[in-house]
Design a binder for this molecule. Structure first.
Ligand SMILES: *Cc1c(COP(=O)(O)O)cnc(C)c1O
Length: 404
């Protein structure tokens, strides 16, 4: 009996990839060993974060980096750092921002559910551009001049959600922000792989970048990275750390937090609830090193043949399958299964797969278009045959009436 069965929870086969709702990506063996190894001793967390910063700065090319409780909290902390800088008075007031700049400019087409994390710090989002492509009303994306035209006395920074096809390109947005003295906070939570993004976004001029630790990095699901300019990362760390010590005794690691730059010792900040444990910090550092050194590459190379085998196992059914594989071989291939000829509704098949035995969660991003998607990241080798068997059961023979 596994630990979940012991407490009465049925496990699922996760064919969705590293989605948070199903517990994220499988933690890597190296990260798990580091997690266990870290549990046996006590360590000052600010020193551990400074050590993690040295290593993660080396990996990302940033001045500094800390381990956060997910990319989402990295966004809140990054926004808090931009809003407060190293001013303990501002740190104390957040998310209250009256009296200092609090606007973050963001492209309307980049707005998403995670911008709540930025607003939570006290930021007010100012949208620029249109979303013509989604509206089906035009061909143009957001343009650099639109950011520039929105900058005013209340502008604190720029929020940018990275994707390979995001427009305008990060280089352009970062360059215009730099000319205006404004920092750029980049959400790159799911932008790894490719490995080159560990350094590329900092190189493109981002002041702060948030990565998720529980996606393809395969650290603990509850981790993330905030990397970038040292003063901003220091501010973020100060607003996350537990600050219950005597100012006379407080001696943070100087290479990250220089006391002479701060007017006084801040109290618990807006990020105090985003606690990261010593075990999580140690595990995330191990995971990042493994990812960077290519420890997962061999496994990633198996995904394509496994998906091809699954496609073959589905032959003869009223489905058509296609492996969608990006040119970049670091990116994960997925198997797209079109259900249009099956006489069944993709949403209904998805529901039945979730409710069946074993419980199978397939990728659900394209159900409305009639596609099931199989993402290989969280699948064990034996899962593929189970998926084929269950899809066969749900799609062969006469379509069941809905809800039957
Ligand atoms: C997953 C994701 C996040 C949140 O990352 P967590 O590490 O789960 O907090 C934020 N932004 C985007 C674009 C994401 O895909």
């Amino acid at each position: 009996m596994n630990v979940y069965e012991e407490i009465g929870v049925r496990t699922v086969i996760n064919a969705c990839g590293s989605v948070t709702r199903l517990g994220g990506a499988p933690i890597s063996p190296g990260a798990l060993a580091a997690f266990t190894g870290a549990a046996g001793a006590a360590v000052p967390l600010e020193e551990l974060q400074a050590a993690a910063s040295r290593i993660l700065a080396g990996v990302t090319g940033a001045e500094a980096a800390i381990v956060t409780s997910g990319a989402s909290s990295a966004l809140t902390l990054g926004a808090a750092a931009i809003l407060a800088g190293l001013d303990p008075g501002r740190m104390e007031r957040l998310p209250e921002t009256s009296g200092f700049p609090n606007e973050f400019i963001v492209a309307r087409e980049q707005r998403n559910g995670y911008d709540h994390a930025v607003r939570a710090a006290g930021a007010r989002l100012v949208e620029v551009g249109c979303n013509e492509l989604v509206a089906g009303s035009g061909v143009r994306r957001t343009e650099p001049w639109e950011y520039e035209a929105a900058i005013g006395p209340n502008t604190a920074g720029v929020l940018y959600v990275h994707a390979a096809d995001a427009r305008p390109r990060l280089e352009e947005v970062a360059a215009l922000a730099r000319r205006k003295g404004l920092p750029v906070l980049v959400d790159a939570a799911a932008e790894l792989p490719p490995k080159r993004n560990l350094t590329a976004l900092i190189q493109a001029g981002a002041d702060l970048v948030a990565f998720s630790g529980g996606k393809a990095l395969r650290g603990p699901q509850s981790t993330g990275i905030l990397c970038g300019k040292r003063r901003l990362v220091a501010s973020a760390l100060l607003q996350m750390l537990d600050m219950d010590d005597h100012p006379e005794l407080w001696s943070p690691p100087r290479e990250l937090i220089d006391r002479s730059e701060i007017a006084g010792m801040p109290r618990h900040g807006i990020g105090r609830g985003f606690k990261v444990s010593k075990e999580e910090i140690a595990a995330l550092v191990a995971a990042v090193r493994a990812f960077q050194q290519g420890a997962y590459d061999e496994e990633v190379a198996l995904y394509r043949p496994r998906l091809a085998r699954l496609a073959k196992d589905l032959e003869g059914l009223p489905l058509s399958t296609r492996i969608v594989a990006p040119d970049d071989e670091e990116q994960f291939p997925v198997l797209q299964i079109a259900t249009h000829d099956s006489g069944r509704d993709a949403m209904e098949i998805c529901r039945r797969l979730r409710d069946g035995e074993p419980r199978i969660f397939v990728g659900h991003a394209r159900l409305h278009e009639g596609y099931l998607v199989i993402h290989p990241l969280c699948l064990r080798e034996t899962d593929f045959a189970e998926i084929a068997r269950r899809i066969r059961e749900e799609t062969s023979g006469e379509p069941r009436s809905r809800g039957a």
